[in-house]
Design a protein around this ligand. Sequence first.
Ligand code: 5GP
Length: 194
Amino acid sequence: MKLLEEKIVNDGVIKSGNVLKVDSFLNHQIDVPFVAELGKELKRLFADRNITKILTIEASGIGIACVAAMYFGVPVVFAKKSSGSNMDKDVYFTQIYSYTHSKTNDVVVSKRFLSKNDHVLIIDDFLANGCALEGLIDIVRQSGGTVEGVGVAVEKGFQGGGDKLRKAGYNLHSLAIIDKMDAKTNTVVFRHEE
Ligand code: 5GP
C-alpha cells in the first residue's frame, strides 16, 4: 500500500536490532485519519470473508484493529498480556515471545468473547518472526473458531514470520512488506506482492 510505504519512508525511524519505530502515527501517537485508510484497505482485502470478530493483542494492535472494525461492523477482542485479578478465570491461554521486549508473556482471552461460531480476522501492527500471530492463531484454535485471515500493517519480510504463515496456508495480507532496512542510512526496501 503506497500510502503506508510513503509514511514509513517519511516518518519511520529505524533503530538498532531491526526495529522500526512508527510511534508518530501508529504506536504511540495515532494519526487516526491515516490509520482509517489502513482499516479501509483491510476491509477491501478481506471483503469476501464473512468476518464475525477481529482479534488482536494489546497494546499496539488495538488502534488499527478498532479502526478496521468500523469498516467490518464487528467487535474487536484484544488478547491481554497477563491474567490480572479481575480477569475472568475461564480463558483461552497461550504464551507469546515478544520480539521487541525479549520476554515471554502469558496471554489470555476470555471464553465469553470467542467461540466455535466465530469467523475471525486477526490483525496486528507488525509481523516479524510471527510469534504474536501464531499465539493469536492458537487462541482461535482453542475456541474452535475459524481463522478467516490475518491482516498486518507492517511485515518485516526479512524475519520470515510472514512467509512461514503463507506456507502454512493462512490468508495473510500485509499492507507494507519490508525486505531490507538499514539503520545507518535510515533506508527501507519494500517487497511488492504479485
Ligand atoms: P513477532 O511476534 O512477529 O516476532 O513480532 C511482532 C510483534 O512484535 C508485534 O506485535 C509488534 O508489537 C512487535 N514488533 C516486532 N517488530 C517490531 C518493529 O520493528 N517495530 C515495532 N514498533 N514493533 C515491532
